[in-house]
Design a protein around this ligand. Sequence first.
Ligand SMILES: *Cc1c(COP(=O)(O)O)cnc(C)c1O
Length: 232
Amino acid sequence: MTRLDEIEANLAAVLARIAAACASAGRAPDEVSLVVVTKFFPASDVRLLAGLGITDVGENRHQEAEAKAAECSDLGLRWHFIGSLQSNKAAAVASYADVVESIDRAKLLTGLSSGAQQRDRLLDCLIQVSLDPADTHGRAGAATADVAALAAQIRATEGLRLRGVMAVAPLGEPPGPAFERLSVVADSVRAIDPSATVISAGMSGDLEEAIKAGATHVRVGSAVLGQRPVIK
Ligand SMILES: *Cc1c(COP(=O)(O)O)cnc(C)c1O
């Protein structure tokens, strides 16, 4: 089995899971977009994905993402930055990313704005929302209470376009109720900006729960590309 065969078979299985989840949630399959997370996998895999019709890919580390986006610049892909972001890297990320999904604090906005303006295009922005209990630190994301203010700041920043919210299911808790909480936060963001319709939620292990709770985008890595090497 070639790498192409393997990716093609995995992709077909993931698309079937998405279609089944949409059907059981009473949603049309085209309401949910697939972002394939290519972190740790080579640019050659990104090229195979593009050949299979994938249009959106996600990366979580700046240096790796920047190199891969440059190597694959002929493919016309939309690059989603989904990782934790340092403010001193924000402008650089905005120079190749089409969507930044992991905006969790206002400190990132100046850099993202200047990167977007240098490139002379609008940068699509998602607010990463923490679904952890309020008193836990650790996992990334803005606290629910801070989301409205951050949304307003993104809207007021030149070069940035607020598109919605993103989250990762919390550890040690079933994902379904957490994704339901995200859906409530997403409603509050859409009340601020009716065009901010994106809910990016769901990964290889929990895309069904996310689709049931209203996700418009799922970010799937290992179910398409295989297990990532473990980085300690
Ligand atoms: C790695 C990653 C994913 C994909 O995870 P899989 O379990 O491999 O599907 C999705 N979202 C974020 C933010 C990630 O870092």
